[in-house]
Ligand binder design. Structure first.
Ligand code: ADP
Length: 616
């Protein structure tokens, strides 16, 4: 007998698989104490299976037994269950037995020598309070579970700091009542709350009473697996019933109640429980002594809440403790598709940038096209105006002579008829002719002033500066043509009032004409620009040593389009005259005695020049 006991002890404590590299598949029996269809139970077993299979590299085989000891009184049929299991497991070998829940652990310890002698036990989901101070047999270890009722009530108070009442809902089953000690301890830690207890009666009564509690209360639900009328229920389903009628937010410490209408609680994860059990199981299967591993404390609880309930009750997310987990938050586009959103925004930004750049470029091009068109039109208009202006000036000039002649004839006729009696009418007609002639002259001079360039820059100008400028501008051309170009500058000349550029243009035109005129002259080719005072004004003379001007051409020299050159336009001198006359001056040409031509410009003085010095 003693030998058998020693042998049994040896068998119990001996590791079933001494090597970590197990050659065969491990066989694990999970013994469920409760209803395997309950979400809480199935979630833990599922987590265990997944994690242990993973750790064992797939070489693990599971079997499951269910005692259903929560819904039924196991004592009534325990011997039959044992007999059935012995029969079922005959010839089978298990490497590990894993009771899930308090009742399964009690059952396994009671019958292990009979059913699974020598097989180590790793339990899980066993309540911490119910095993406090308990001594486990040899070869037994596992992980505890704890439902944080106090933490859940603390969370509720955090979320509803102004709440004055807590309504507890606890069912009538032994399992439901097993929550009592923890619940009472939690309530004691919040003496400021008035307590209303519900759940002892039929569920219908509980629901009716709950519907009548004051809004703003805290409802703390633990479990109703059977009501006061003896009716069994799935506790998670009851959570949904309670939430339907409750005028106040409901809190609970059970993970599987989340999503069924409760706000949340300080919750231990069932998956974490299954994972922890799998890790211990793996160590035992790998050869570690269960005793050296020791019973593991419960995995920590953390605040878990249903986002939809927070919103329904107007509870602030900011009141949640750290850390906490929020479930059922509607997925935002950003949360779900962050990188797609980032990518799309980036692509859109680039695209938008390109579009904006292209639009801007198109606008700039259009503006440039418009500007070019406008300038072309302006140019055409300006050139038309210039031609019209020249023509007008020329015509006006032409008409001035006959008008002058008419005036002279009219005056002469008036004088002749002065003493002739009976010719009053003729004298009157002549007076009218003279009057109309003068009026026509006025109109002509008005038109001529209009033909001048619109806004010449009228400033004090030193004609010596003009002469020097032209000398400078024409010097290279003169050298190229082999012409001597010089200036005779008289100092202290009066200043004239005018547009320096226009005057330059006039003198330069005269110099260029002189150069062109000398193109066939063989010797002594020279051009002289001379400035001098003249009748209180100034004179600029441009003299050349060319062939001179044909006397027949002299009267028409300043006419528009008068030219003797093949490529000539006949506008240069005409424009020169217009400019000079706009400066209240005059321009004329004469042939020199020794050959060549001299063009002279006379301009009225505007004042005395200061600091004008020497010649070039
Ligand atoms: P273009 O030279 O383009 O024909 P201009 O009005 O500048 O027109 O001159 C008109 C004409 O006056 C010239 O064709 C030329 O016959 C004559 N002319 C101008 N300057 C001189 C000059 N220095 N010597 C001789 N003839 C000249």
């Amino acid at each position: 007998m003693a030998a058998a006991a020693v042998l049994a002890f040896f068998l119990i404590t001996a590791p079933s698989s001494p090597s970590t590299e197990h050659p065969t598949t491990w066989r694990v029996l999970v013994v469920n104490g409760g209803d395997v269809s309950l979400p809480a139970i199935s979630r833990q077993e599922q987590a265990l299976r997944v994690r242990l299979t993973d750790l064992a590299g797939g070489r693990v085989e599971f079997r499951s037994e269910a005692l259903d000891a929560v819904s039924f009184d196991l004592a009534n049929y325990e011997s039959e269950v044992v007999a059935l299991m012995r029969r079922k497991h005959e010839g089978s070998h298990f490497d590990l037995v894993m009771p899930l829940g308090n009742m399964a652990l009690d059952f396994a310890e009671r019958h292990r020598s009979e059913l699974w002698p020598g097989v180590p036990i790793v339990f899980f989901s066993v309540g911490q309070d119910s095993t406090r101070g308990r001594r486990f047999g040899p070869g037994v270890t596992g992980v505890m579970i704890a439902f944080d009722v106090k933490g859940t009530l603390d969370l509720a108070v955090r979320m509803q700091p102004s709440a004055r009442r807590v309504v507890t809902v606890v069912g009538a089953a032994a399992y439901d009542r097993s929550w009592r000690p923890e619940l009472d301890a939690a309530l004691r830690s919040h003496p400021e709350l008035q307590v209303t207890s519900l759940g002892e009666g039929p569920l219908a009564v509980t629901l009716r009473d709950l519907a009548a509690v004051p809004a703003g209360s805290i409802v703390l639900y633990t479990s109703i697996s059977r009501d006061g009328a003896g009716q069994p229920f799935v506790p998670a389903n009851v959570a949904e019933d309670l939430a339907r009628v409750s005028p106040a937010p409901i809190y609970a410490a059970v993970e599987t109640f989340l999503g069924r209408g409760i706000v949340g609680g300080s919750i231990t994860s069932f998956e974490a429980q299954g994972d922890r059990a799998a890790e211990i199981a793996y160590r035992v299967l790998s050869g570690e002594q269960p005793e050296t591993i020791g019973v593991q404390p419960p995995p920590p609880s953390v605040a878990m809440v249903d986002w939809r309930q927070l919103h329904k009750w107007g509870l602030s997310e900011g009141a949640l403790p750290e850390p906490s987990r929020i479930f059922f938050r509607p997925p935002s586009l950003w949360r779900e598709y962050r990188w797609y959103v980032v990518g799309a925004v980036a692509i859109l930004s680039v695209q938008t940038g390109l579009i904006v750049a292209l639009l801007a470029q198109r606008r700039r091009r259009r503006r440039a096209e418009h500007e070019a068109l406008r300038q072309r039109a302006e140019l055409a208009h300006a050139s038309r105006l210039s031609v019209v202006g020249e023509l007008t000036a020329s015509i006006a000039h032409e008409i001035n002579q006959p008008l002058g002649a008419i005036l002279s004839y009219a005056e002469a006729a008036e004088m002749l008829l002065e003493d002739a009696p009976g010719l009053e009418n003729v004298r009157h007609i002549l007076a009218e002719v003279r009057h109309e002639d003068l009026r026509a002259s006025d109109v002509i001079s008005h038109v001529r002033s209009l033909a001048h360039k619109g806004t010449p820059e009228v400033l004090p100008v030193d004609v010596n500066d003009v002469a020097r400028d032209v000398l400078h501008l024409a010097r290279h051309d003169a050298i190229r043509r082999g012409i001597e170009l010089e200036a005779h500058i008289s100092e202290n000349l009066p200043i004239v009032q005018g547009d320096r550029i226009q005057l330059q243009q006039v003198v330069l035109n005269l110099v260029l004409n002189g150069m062109e005129a000398m193109s066939d002259t063989a010797v002594a080719r020279s051009i002289t620009i001379a400035t001098a005072g003249n009748h209180g004004g100034v004179q600029i003379a441009v003299a050349d040593t060319g062939p001179g001007i044909d006397p027949t051409a002299l009267p028409r020299l300043f006419d528009s389009f008068f030219t003797t050159k093949k490529e000539g336009m006949g506008l240069g001198l005409s424009i020169a005259r217009t400019i000079v006359e706009a400066h209240d001056g005059r321009i004329w040409a004469e042939n020199n005695e020794g050959g060549g031509a001299t063009f002279r410009i006379e301009l009225p003085a505007a004042g005395r020049a200061e600091g004008v010095t020497g010649c070039t």
